[in-house]
Design a protein around this ligand. Structure first.
Ligand code: TEU
Length: 668
């Protein structure tokens, strides 16, 4: 990709992979369509024209910052045709367990490893192919395990290493794989490395972090080294009096960022990966892994970008200068099993589509690498995960969670037509060397049924209908489904009443920012209630009443829901429940290759409320998935009314579709 200059045109900027992703992100943030930039008038403008026209808004450094960023990212994704490579992680349905809230076995009110093990039959019966655990390593839990103090020890509340080994074996015995959560962009400030760095900032561990000299005055309220902002509120710098240094922390002030430019840091992470792969772990989800490479010298953040993207300085690390190189190195030296490496403690047994279990499979040569990549768009996502790149295997593209013009904190109604357009666009832009991670919930976001229905989520009929539509898209779309615990029983947001009901450091940081900006306590809480991550983190509802079978003690984060019919026990007993719908979908996907490797062909793309696509089977057969994305009747756009209805909320395929109707048909 030729280097852009001020003489380049906007069309050249949009043709640059990173340029397109940035433009799409800015347009999304502004709630504008890409026509704003692709129309011939704007597309033909030179960058220098735009700079002159918008100089007051953009400020003096914006264009230079952008041109430098693009020049540092010259790679262009390749788009390959033909069949995609086969891999276990393209066939498996993943299930994210938030261990703290999944199942408590010792009555302390906090979920633990033995509790998860006691629920493995439930996961295997659901048809889960791989379990992903949010962090269970030693941690002071300021950020609920995403602040690790020892990567080789198990968090006290979660149990022992023996419990972990039992859980790994338990998954493998049932034909399931297991991946953990690698938080390697930062550690806890209670990690030994950081304690050594503070004790001797100029010693060997000082360079494990980003320490900077400074004189901020007694209370640390002075001027930090740069204007970067933290995701959890306030400056991205924390003053460490004992070391007389500032330390960079993009997240909580107890989560100092690791300096990945230090080869010793990279070697430490490689060894941690090898340690856990030897124990039988099948790979890792990698926390904010696109942030690990920061621009040399940590320059000031551009004010305009900061205002636009909220987090001043983000342009200097969200796709850093050495990101691709570090990921390739980590894959080669961390995730690739050395020829002379000890075989893993166990491997998953082969599991056939009908659930029968065979012998343990041979170890995979490379552990799975799933990148959590906030802010990354389709084009850079392809550069990070295309099969020939030797970096990650899949990435989470978060644009699916937030329709244009919104952030997680916005009180928006999620229009499922946005999800339709997101997947129609994404699938159209990738080749057989790309693969999509499909998700709509996780431990950081409110529940989708509440986003779609708002207060109507309390209506059990609508709640169930929307959950089935979302589940159908997640399981039958082309890619790897990631179900977040509770999604399969239509979990909804909680009726929290005040900040004292919450536990999330991100929510408290945001609340403080809002108060600092003049919001009242009630006004600030109202915004927090919309987007708090604690909606997703209340205990799993296994059975009605009390603490819903999660614990015999007092839950660390009490749930507020009292509705009937939406616990695992009730849903297992109800043939038409959301849970049984997920089981049937997952079974269908396991039995028919069309739903994994089969190509996808959209029907009536762009049509409102009618979402339909074919999944093509290798034997020439076709599967038609049709959904009404709305609460009103909608005309079926597909005249091809033949085919056997295999799964549906109705058995009749008429010209009109009922509200939230789903029909999956097989056309031989
Ligand atoms: O999340 C990073 C991330 O993108 C979101 O958490 C977002 O930045 C945050 O909610 C602030 O708006 C990962 C983990 O999923 C999250 O649980 C951790 O808190 C975070 O990284 C730091 O490790």
């Amino acid at each position: 990709m030729a280097e852009l200059t001020r003489k380049s045109r906007i069309r050249d900027f949009y043709a640059h992979p990173l340029g397109r992703d940035i433009a799409d992100k800015v347009l999304m943030t502004m709630g504008r369509s890409s026509r704003w930039i692709t129309n011939p008038v704007v597309a033909n403008l030179r960058i220098s024209h735009v700079e002159r026209l918008a100089s007051r808004m953009l400020g003096p450094s914006f264009v230079d910052t952008l041109l430098e960023l693009l020049a540092a990212n010259p790679d262009v994704p390749t788009t390959r045709g033909g069949p995609t490579e086969r891999a276990w992680w393209k066939e498996a349905v993943f299930y994210q367990v938030y261990p703290r809230s999944f199942q408590d076995s010792d009555g302390d009110g906090v979920g633990d490893l033995a509790g998860i093990t006691s629920r493995l039959d439930y996961l295997a019966d659901l048809g889960v192919g791989c379990v992903w655990l949010s962090p269970v390593f030693a941690s002071p839990n300021h950020d609920m395990g995403y602040d690790v103090s020892d990567y080789r020890a198990i968090m006290e509340e979660m149990g022992s290493m023996a419990d972990m080994e039992e859980l790994i074996r338990g998954c493998h015995e049932r034909g399931m794989r297991i991946i953990l959560d690698l938080v390697a962009n930062h550690t806890s400030s209670e990690h030994e490395w950081f304690e050594r760095a503070v004790a001797d900032p100029d010693g060997p561990y000082g360079d494990y972090y980003f320490l900077r000299r400074g004189e901020p005055g007694e209370d640390g309220s002075g001027t930090p080294p740069t204007n970067w902002k933290s995701f959890f509120g306030g400056s991205a710098w924390r003053w460490i009096p004992e070391a007389r240094r500032w330390v960079l922390r993009l997240f909580a002030d107890t989560q100092p960022d690791l300096n990945w430019d230090n080869p010793r840091v990279r070697a430490e992470i490689e060894e941690i990966v090898q340690f856990w792969m030897a124990k039988g772990i099948d790979g890792f989800r990698m926390d904010v892994i696109n942030y690990i490479s920061k621009k040399e010298g940590l320059p000031e953040g551009d004010p305009f970008i900061g205002d636009l993207m909220w987090f001043t300085g983000i342009e200097h690390y969200y796709v850093g200068p050495h990101l691709h190189a570090y990921l390739r190195e980590l894959r080669r030296r961390g995730f690739t099993r050395a020829a002379d490496a000890e075989p893993p403690a166990s491997t998953a047994r082969r599991r056939e589509a009908d659930g029968t279990l065979g012998e343990p499979l041979p170890p995979e040569p490379v552990g799975l690498m799933v990148g959590e990549t906030p802010g990354i768009g389709v084009e850079v996502g392809r550069l990070l995960s295309a099969s020939e790149r030797g970096e990650l295997d899949m990435i989470f593209n978060f644009d699916v969670l937030t329709p244009p013009g919104n952030t997680r904190w916005s009180d928006f109604t999620y229009d499922l037509n946005y999800m339709k357009s997101y997947f129609e666009d994404y699938q159209d832009r990738i080749g057989s060397n790309d693969w999509i991670a499909l998700f709509i919930e996780n431990h950081d976001n409110p529940r989708i049924v509440s986003r779609v229905l708002g207060a109507d989520a309390h209506n059990p009929v609508l709640r169930e209908a929307v959950a089935k539509v979302v589940g159908t898209i997640m399981i039958t779309m082309r890619g790897t489904p990631f179900i977040f615990q509770g999604q399969e029983i239509a979990a909804m947001n909680q009726d929290f009443t005040s900040m004292s009901d919450l536990r999330d450091v991100d929510s408290f940081g945001r609340h403080q920012d809002l108060r600092d900006e003049g919001a009242t306590v009630g006004g600030a809480f109202a915004e927090i209630l919309v987007g708090t991550r604690d909606h997703a983190r209340v205990p799993m509802r296994w059975e009605p009443g009390g603490t819903t079978g999660f614990t015999t003690g007092e839950p660390w984060l009490p749930g507020r829901e009292v509705s009937r019919g939406f616990t695992v026990a009730e849903q297992l007993a109800e043939p038409d429940s959301v849970l049984n719908w997920y089981k049937r979908l997952i079974q269908l996907r396991a039995e028919h290759e069309a739903f994994t490797y089969g190509e996808i062909e959209f029907v009536a793309p762009g049509a409102r409320d009618y979402f339909a696509y074919y999944r093509l089977a290798p034997d020439g057969g076709r599967w038609l998935v049709e959904m009404n994305l709305s609460g009103s009747a909608v005309a079926r756009r597909n005249t091809e009314l033949r085919g056997e209805v295999v799964l549906g909320t109705t058995t009749e395929r008429g010209q009109m579709m009922d509200p939230y109707e789903v029909v999956i048909s097989h056309l031989p």
